[in-house]
Design a protein around this ligand. Structure first.
Ligand code: AMP
Length: 111
């Protein structure tokens, strides 16, 4: 499978469609899920193009992976979830329930 430059998150990254932004730095963009499954439900996407978590783990270099997780941690702290609790999910592939083929994490919390 090839990365589709016209997927919905690619369009959000290109500012072609809006999002309800929660956090942004040089590595990631985070915004509210349009169909929330918890009191807080945001998506965290790398700014670089990866199809899914497997593509990210196999092909992102160590420095980028490390920066990505460091940004995830910043979001957790910014949203004051560090001590309250949260869930992180990644869907991989159609059989894993993935609908948008730009790697993303779901960050959910009912706090
Ligand atoms: P996944 O099944 O992991 O691919 O999930 C894709 C998620 O993206 C779903 O939870 C959708 O509700 C969410 N979603 C789709 N389009 C948008 C959008 N334009 N803005 C915010 N979230 C979106």
């Amino acid at each position: 499978m090839k990365y589709d430059n016209e997927n919905i998150f690619a369009k959000i990254l290109k500012d072609e469609i809006p999002c309800d932004k929660v956090f942004e730095d040089e590595h990631v963009l985070s915004f509210k899920d349009i169909n929330p499954q918890a009191k807080l439900h945001i998506l965290i996407i790398p700014k670089k193009k990866f199809i899914d978590i497997a593509d990210f783990l196999e092909n992102a270099d160590e420095e980028y992976q490390s920066s990505f997780w460091s940004s995830v941690n910043k979001i957790i702290i910014k949203l004051e979830l560090r001590d309250k609790g949260f869930q992180i999910k990644a869907h991989k592939g159609k059989d894993g329930g993935q609908e948008v083929f730009h790697f993303h994490l779901h960050l959910l919390s009912n706090s």
